[in-house]
Design a protein around this ligand. Structure first.
Ligand code: SF4
Length: 484
């Protein structure tokens, strides 16, 4: 399915959770954790559970509450579990790609769920087929990671996971389950988040700390880049797989849009960070205006920050219909406009005859911003000044976020003033790269900012801009089919 053009955001990646619970309810805990991570992926969900001997799994297409609606959890009792909720970043949205994957190898049976993208999945597939005769049933880059773990040399899971981390290049925050252990590991760059918490004598790992809050778990810390955590009946063990290059590259877009505002990333609350971005935006791009409104929900915190720093009052000016699916299809201009109207409704009393600052978190292709501006104007705004809480996006993401191809990114081929004219705004201001890095206390190299700068933290291959790369490799016709 092609991504929605009504929602012009980068598409979220995946959410993972891992649980060790001595009381045997790990499946239920993973289920609750997945609900809290639903914003990271809405295409499919799955949970694998071990009772110490056998791994059982249930997964399907759909939201978490759709996949587990018929009492499937009752059959998933056990003290260890992993869960996954997916948005496709490599491989299309189809049944064979739902996670966790369950594979068999020289090290026994193993389930794995993965958030991120490795940069050369075709080479890894070929190597695994040649080296261990692995046969792949999916078109994702996650199944090769599962097979690598299941066959990696080494006497212990620490050694095997270390081998995997020396082999893989790219972004991976992964959770894995064997009959008698649950594991989490984070790539040496730390591109995707993964955190650790304590719960009732057991342990939880999750993509974001908001999942720990909902579970009533105590947040302990984020996993270090390159860290492997293994939990079994002997307790928790942690190893750092020291990378040759020690740069960190947390995805800066997690702060801008991807993570939930109530999550902690690198000891910063995402909500406060977004508010600070809005304040910095007000300093960089001030304007005379009567009211500040944000595009809900992701730009609300930034709009509040802009208002506080500028002294212009903040108000809710757009109401979001939360029940419009994220994959709403809109083939032509007219229906795209009606799609935006279906998703957002302006409050005329707030914007009528006012000079409005409209704050958004990002502009990817520019497919929705013109319609939002027109919507606010039709509601009576005298002027609309668009302020964007990120720098212009000029490069695609190869590390786990579906952001379109370079040609589709509006800022890759239009100047800021051309974009202003295209979206029909009275003025347009983007947060600068320096401003963004200052807000997150970043230094060059501490974050991945490649979609703004083109400076990728790992070597990437241009042909891998296509998330269907593994399908294309199998069958050129499949790519056309997958895009319909
Ligand atoms: Fe995040 Fe952008 Fe880097 Fe992708 S390219 S990991 S979206 S900062």
């Amino acid at each position: 399915m092609a991504p929605s053009k009504v929602d012009d955001h980068p598409k979220d990646e995946c959410g993972v959770v891992a649980v060790y619970s001595p009381t045997g309810d790990a499946g239920h805990i993973a289920h609750t954790g997945l609900f809290s991570l639903q914003h990271r992926g809405q295409e499919s969900a799955g949970i694998a559970v071990s009772d110490g001997e056998t791994i059982r799994i249930h997964s399907d297409m759909g939201l978490v509450n759709q996949v587990f609606r018929n009492g499937e959890l009752k059959a998933l009792s056990g003290s260890m579990a992993i869960g996954h909720t997916r948005y496709s970043t490599t491989g299309s949205n189809q049944q064979c790609n739902v996670q966790p994957f369950l594979v068999d190898g020289a090290n026994g049976r193993l389930a794995l769920g993965h958030n991120g993208n490795i940069v050369d999945p075709i080479a890894l597939q070929k190597r695994l087929t040649k080296q261990w005769g692995c046969e792949f049933t999916s078109t994702t880059d996650s199944e090769p990671i599962a097979y690598l773990m299941a066959n990696a040399p080494g006497a212990t899971w620490e050694e095997r996971a270390s081998y995997c981390m020396r082999t893989l290049q790219g972004a991976y925050s992964a959770v894995s389950l064997t009959p008698d252990a649950v594991m989490g590991f984070r790539d040496p760059l730390g591109v995707r988040p993964l955190c650790l918490g304590k719960l009732d004598g057991g342990w939880v790992m999750a993509s974001e700390s908001c999942a720990l809050d909902h579970l009533g778990a105590t947040f302990l810390r984020e996993l270090e880049p390159g860290e492997i955590v293994i939990i079994d009946n002997d307790g928790l063990r942690s190893t750092i797989c020291t990378p040759e290059q020690s740069n960190r590259a947390l995805c800066i877009f997690e702060y801008i849009y991807l993570a939930r505002p109530d999550s902690m990333l690198s000891n910063r609350l995402v909500y406060s960070t977004r508010s600070d971005m809005g304040a910095r935006l007000a300093q960089e791009h001030p304007t005379d205006a009567d009211v500040v409104i944000g595009v809900p929900d992701s730009a609300t915190a930034a709009a509040v920050g802009y208002a506080q720093a500028s002294g212009i009052p903040y108000s809710d000016g757009l109401v979001k219909n939360r029940y419009v699916g994220r994959t709403f299809m809109e083939p032509d201009q007219k229906s795209r406009d009606s799609g935006v109207r279906l998703k957002f409704n302006p409050l005329p009393e707030v914007v009528r005859d006012k000079r409005v600052v409209l704050v958004d978190d990002s502009i990817v292709r520019g497919t929705t911003t013109p319609h939002l501006v027109a919507l606010v104007r039709r509601a009576g705004a005298a002027e609309v000044h668009v302020r964007v809480c990120s720098p212009p996006i000029r490069w695609p993401c190869y590390l786990g976020v579906d952001m379109s191809t370079r040609a589709e990114l509006i800022a890759s081929h239009k100047s800021v003033d051309e974009i202003r004219s295209f979206i029909g705004a009275d003025s347009l201001g983007y947060l600068s790269m320096e401003g963004l890095l200052q807000v997150v206390d970043g230094v060059q190299g501490g974050y991945c900012d490649a979609c703004f700068t083109g400076h990728y933290p790992v070597p990437v291959q241009l042909e891998l801009t296509d998330k269907l790369v593994l399908e294309t490799a199998k069958s050129p016709a499949k790519k056309r089919q997958a895009y319909g």
